[in-house]
Design a protein around this ligand. Structure first.
Ligand SMILES: *Cc1c(COP(=O)(O)O)cnc(C)c1O
Length: 431
């Protein structure tokens, strides 16, 4: 499998190169040069297959010969070592809970897969590789956990100071060893800009091998399609058209669903839910794509003003606005609406959603108003316990604290604060 740069000014590379480099030399995101739909028999017999073989079949063409079959199957097995329950909320609404992994967010899937691929590729290399990652909340914890103690891999995590929840902060600042956390005095976009600048900085050549672990990395992005297949396996017999509503920030998660759709998974329509960072819903309305500085909201993992994966979404729709707008709807919600949704989900359905899941729920309901008789799944992307500081008080008392979180809260935060790219650079060049 070859990957090309969506900026079209860098050579094609294999899966291995794409994972090791993260971003192409021309700043473009890598994209598979071919996407071959899975055979009809795969879908006809999906209910007979187990989770890990479904995932293996789905991803093998994207890895190609770079990881042998047995090793790839092993990586997939370890990636999917937790459950993805589908919880019925209303007659035609269900939540797909993606938060049963080690850091209680869907990002565990991509981070675990990528960490294991990198570990595989780097197993005989003397030279260390540094994963440099910006997080608006959940990426950091998932990456720290996924990469902790992976031999030959150093991890440097940048996060916006004061803009992640206490639990999120603990999940990324308490590991130590090969994991370094850096607080940036700014917003997520500043962190992301620093990461991008570092990747293009020639001064690291021969000194530090850098790669990304954001969803710009194909090994983070692509495995996120697994759980869409698992939903289909569960609901296939209902014979209803599936709608997926995805709370979106960098649009990696929803874009992985669209990749699954390209492979032949019968998904009828996608809905993107956003907070005030409404770049994509605004685009679907106006046809104009205008990025903006991000604004802080209570669903902070979606505080993204320039969604990096949107260009992949366009590529998956042949860069046609018409094709895209037939497959994707988008809605944006205020923090007050999100809080109201959390309350009503609890009062009416006895379900506690986190702020991101609540945005997904709201977006789905909005879509179903116009398209009743469809079955809608919203992705519940994180455990509510990660957002206690923004969840309505009376719900907080009902949230059970998982054991892993109790432990992490007692650990001590270790992070350094920086303001500028040059501070980051000298840090990376020093040690
Ligand atoms: C990262 C994240 C999102 C946004 O996912 P994207 O792939 O960036 O669109 C949504 N919810 C939670 C809880 C997240 O951590």
């Amino acid at each position: 499998m070859q990957y090309f740069s969506l900026n079209h000014k860098a050579p094609n590379v294999s899966f291995r190169e794409a994972v090791l480099h993260g971003l192409a030399a021309d700043k473009g995101l890598y994209f598979p040069s071919e996407i071959t739909p899975l055979p009809k028999t795969f879908f006809d017999t999906i209910e007979e297959k187990d989770t890990t073989s479904i995932a293996f079949e789905a991803i093998k063409q994207f890895v190609g010969a770079d990881i042998p079959k047995e090793a790839l199957q092993q990586i997939v097995n370890e990636t999917l070592s937790f459950d993805f329950p589908l919880v019925k909320i209303e007659d035609n609404v269900a939540a797909l809970e993606l938060f049963h992994g080690p850091t209680l967010a869907f990002k565990d899937v991509g981070a675990r897969f990528m960490a294991r691929c990198l570990g595989y590729f780097n197993q005989n290399n003397e030279e260390k590789i540094t994963v440099l990652v910006a997080t608006s909340g959940d990426t950091g914890g998932a990456v720290a956990n996924g990469f902790f103690k992976v031999p030959g891999v150093e991890v440097v995590i940048l996060y916006p100071k004061g803009k992640v929840s206490e639990i999120q902060e603990k999940q990324l600042t308490t590991y130590g060893e090969n994991i370094t956390a850096i607080e940036v005095d700014g917003v997520f976009d500043d962190c992301q800009a620093m990461v991008k600048e570092a990747f293009l900085d020639k001064d690291f050549e021969g000194k530090r091998k850098l790669t990304s672990a954001n969803s710009i990395n194909v090994a983070r992005w692509i495995p996120q399609m697994f759980y869409y297949f698992l939903v289909y396996k569960k609901l296939k017999n209902l014979d209803q058209k599936l709608i997926f509503s995805v709370p979106s920030g960098n649009y990696g998660n929803i874009c992985a669903g669209m990749l699954a759709q390209k492979l032949g998974l019968p998904i009828h329509h996608f809905v993107a839910g956003t907070n005030a960072n409404d770049i994509v819903p605004a685009y679907l309305q106006s046809g104009k794509y205008i990025t903006k500085p991000s604004v802080a909201t209570i669903s902070n993992a979606m505080d993204v003003g320039a969604p990096s994966n949107f260009i992949r979404i366009e590529a998956l729709h042949n860069n046609s606005f018409k094709t895209l707008s037939e497959n994707l709807s988008g809605y944006s919600f205020t923090d007050d609406e999100t809080r109201e949704a959390m309350k009503s989900l609890y009062e009416r359905h006895n379900y506690i959603a986190d702020p991101h899941g609540a945005v997904g729920y709201l977006a789905l309901k909005e879509y179903l108003k116009e398209h009743p008789n469809k079955l809608g799944i919203f992705l519940e992307t994180a455990h509510p316990v990660k957002f206690l500081d923004v969840i309505p008080k009376k719900l907080v008392a009902r949230i059970e604290m998982p054991e892993s979180i109790k432990q992490i809260l007692q650990k001590k935060k270790k992070a350094e604060t920086i303001l500028t790219y040059s501070q980051l650079k000298s840090k990376l060049l020093l040690n």
